[in-house]
Design a protein around this ligand. Structure first.
Ligand SMILES: *Cc1c(COP(=O)(O)O)cnc(C)c1O
Ligand code: SF4
Length: 379
């Protein structure tokens, strides 16, 4: 069996490699600093200069250590380094094609499905994914200045959950909730656990990928006190599965916390069958269950990563039946109606317009998608 990579550590004076706070303190966010470790292309240099004024960016030394030193098409570089494409205006793009804003009940609670909510814990992340679907939250777009308001008390957010007995599943997301200190996170989780109707708590975090050192034994022990806890992470490429990230997932699993993976289908990163197949197989080797592949929709600033639905379906056809049943994630599109499984019967074509149907049999037209000829024949 092939070993997982263990990449050479960056030599940064003063950095304690295995200490997550130190990694965050030494996070790289200037061209000059990054150029010490990789050979930047001209386009990357331009993008850093132009995008830095508009979008946040920062990369942990650990994640930089996974980058190809010379190839700007490296999937790690594509996910973490700004690109000039982020500034392009793309037809039909939307800041919020998923309709989160319409379902926002308090500053932090989004209640879109009957029995579960997501809680926007923080705006901070270890690395700012260039394809973030909540780019409008984690980045400094002027348009949404009104929602990046100063931190308010959590009173209203907890009260909302208190007062809605139908909420049995609370998903902490963000940003990345593990950006918070253990003590702050524990206060939130303990408060949620005091609510009788909350059955499960889920944590959505990319720290196992960006900074596996964050998944300390202390963190796992703290989480274990509040079971049942489930964990979703976000590996997009086999290069992200290293000795360190495997060990981080192992620590969670050994504390009884199941780990699932949600990937995003990204052009030039993982939109080919071989990469996706290696990814799901490597996930099973580290006992992480592939859960979703999200179709990348036409989010403002992210459109350069969008593929067609047919691209995703072709990949899915190489997985179903050809590999372990539970290695196959569900391929979904997020819409204001919820997640739509991209299986054929949820789509219909009315005179070239694409319509989707959700779990409640509600229908809507989706205008933001990229379509190719085979998409247009979907029925
Ligand atoms: C994805 C999502 C959830 C969780 O959905 P599951 O399919 O149960 O994982 C909850 N709320 C919102 C707004 C979501 O986008
Ligand atoms: S870690 Fe999650 S919230 Fe943060 S930038 Fe990446 S996708 Fe967005």
């Amino acid at each position: 069996m092939r070993n997982f990579a263990s990449n050479p550590k960056l030599e940064i004076p003063g950095l304690f490699w295995d200490n997550w706070r130190s990694q965050l303190r030494f996070a790289i966010n200037t061209e000059a600093e990054l150029a010490k470790y990789i050979q930047l292309s001209n386009a990357e240099i331009k993008a850093i200069q132009k995008c830095s004024r508009k979008f946040k960016w920062q990369i942990t030394p650990y994640y930089v250590s996974l980058m190809d030193k010379t190839d700007a098409n490296c999937p790690i570089r594509r996910q973490a380094l700004p690109s000039l494409d982020e500034l392009e205006d793309t037809a039909n793009s939307s800041l919020d094609p998923y309709g989160d804003l319409d379902n926002q009940k308090t500053q932090r609670v989004i209640h879109k499905y009957p029995d579960r909510v997501i809680v926007l814990t923080t705006n901070a992340c270890a690395v700012y994914c260039r394809h973030c679907t909540r780019k409008f939250r984690t980045e400094d777009l002027e348009l949404i200045a009104n929602i990046t308001e100063p931190v308010r008390s959590w009173k209203e957010d907890f009260e909302y959950i208190d007062q809605h007995p139908e909420i049995r599943d609370v998903l902490l997301t963000g940003g990345d909730p593990l950006s918070l200190a253990d003590s702050a996170l524990e206060r939130i989780i303990a408060r949620l656990r005091s609510i009788k109707h909350v059955e499960i708590i889920r944590i959505g975090s990319r720290f196992p990928v960006f900074l596996p050192q964050r998944i300390t034994t202390e963190l796992c022990e703290m989480l274990d006190k509040y079971q049942p806890i489930w964990f979703s992470t976000h590996f997009n490429h086999p290069k992200e599965i290293t000795e360190e990230s495997a060990a981080a997932c192992d620590r969670l699993l050994r504390h009884g916390i199941p780990v699932q993976n949600q990937s995003v289908l990204l052009k030039g990163v993982n939109d080919d069958a071989e990469t996706m197949k290696t990814l799901v197989h490597d996930l099973l080797r580290i006992r992480v269950r592939p859960y979703y592949i999200y179709h990348c929709d036409n989010v403002t600033g992210v459109a350069h990563f969008a593929t067609t639905i047919e691209t995703g379906r072709k990949i899915m056809r190489t997985l179903h039946g050809f590999t372990t049943g539970f290695a196959v994630p569900e391929y979904v599109l997020t819409t204001p109606l919820g997640k739509i499984s991209l299986c054929e019967e949820n789509f219909s074509n009315h005179n070239g317009e694409l319509w989707v149907k959700n779990y409640k049999n509600e229908k809507m037209r989706v205008e933001t998608l990229l379509l190719d000829e085979s998409d247009k024949q979907l029925c």
